[in-house]
Design a protein around this ligand. Structure first.
Ligand code: ADP
Ligand code: MG
Length: 254
């Protein structure tokens, strides 16, 4: 993080280590040997053209997709161990999607308590208290009884973040979390993500928000065609890209 203010980490943040990751859909090899590490508490922004494999990479880390080769470690867990308990692994990894994916028939509070009570077996009073704390942190303390369709897109995405945090994950994955938002609500979601980064969460963020990446990312990784083409600080990768593919991409998005 570029911010120099010392902050006490609020999370038991885990690191991620990805080695030789390959993923194919039929004959279409989408990830062609990805090596990527994220240190505990580090924020890595993943950028690259549509179809380059960014979402697939995130989905492999969360085991929503089964890799064909390579290893992924998240904290003490080897995600790619065939004997892994999927639930145990997944509960350590929070994911926020472009489409907020809230449960439409549940209130904001219920969205945040359903997994902690069902998966973590937390008593409901405790789950509600945890949810309330995370909702307050995303500025939605008074919205617990609303339903998703009574909220703006930005508010729904903030609920999605609070919901993920209510599982007390050690790592947060964000897949273009602001791409579906109206321009006027993008800032409120980025601001929550900035706070989370400052609080010490490990974050792997797919984003087209170059200003956010410059400000918050410890490292930027540019992917194209299923490989990591270039990585470094935001100043290096966004400010002074070395590879022609990175230069072409940035010319189009900046
Ligand atoms: P990005 O997030 O960088 O836009 P994706 O990871 O979504 O890229 O997709 C990379 C490639 O994998 C694309 O060619 C896409 O069509 C293909 N792909 C992604 N998911 C699937 C799937 N479930 N089945 C078949 N092909 C897929
Ligand atoms: Mg994607």
């Amino acid at each position: 993080m570029n911010d120099s203010t010392p902050t006490q980490p609020e999370f038991h943040a885990a690191g991620v280590s990805i080695v030789g990751l390959r993923k194919s859909y039929g004959s279409n090899e989408v990830l062609k040997g990805i090596d990527l590490t994220v240190a505990p508490g580090e924020v890595v922004c993943l950028i690259g053209p549509s179809g380059s494999g960014k979402s697939t990479l995130l989905r492999c880390v969360n085991l929503l997709e089964q890799p064909n080769a390579g290893t992924i470690h998240v904290g003490g867990f080897e995600a790619t161990d065939p004997d892994i308990e999927l639930d145990k692994m997944r509960r350590n990894v929070g994911m926020v999607f472009q489409q907020f994916n809230l449960f439409p028939h549940l209130t904001v509070t219920q969205n945040c308590t359903v997994a902690p009570t069902k998966v973590l077996k937390r008593p409901s009073a405790e789950a509600r208290a945890t949810a309330q704390r995370h909702l307050a942190n995303v500025g939605l303390a008074d919205f617990g009884d609303r339903y998703p369709d009574q909220l703006s897109g930005g508010q729904q995405q903030r609920v999605a973040i609070a919901r993920a945090l209510s599982m007390e994950p050690q790592l947060m994955l964000f897949d273009e979390p602001t791409s579906a938002l109206d321009p006027e609500t993008v800032g409120e979601v980025l601001s929550i993500m900035r706070n989370l980064a400052r609080a010490g969460m490990t974050m792997l963020v797919v984003t087209h928000e170059m200003a956010f990446a410059r400000e918050v990312a410890d490292r930027v990784v540019f992917m194209d065609g299923g490989v990591v083409v270039e990585e470094g600080t935001a100043a290096e990768v966004i400010g002074n890209p070395q590879q022609p593919r990175t230069q072409d991409f940035l010319k189009r998005v900046l």
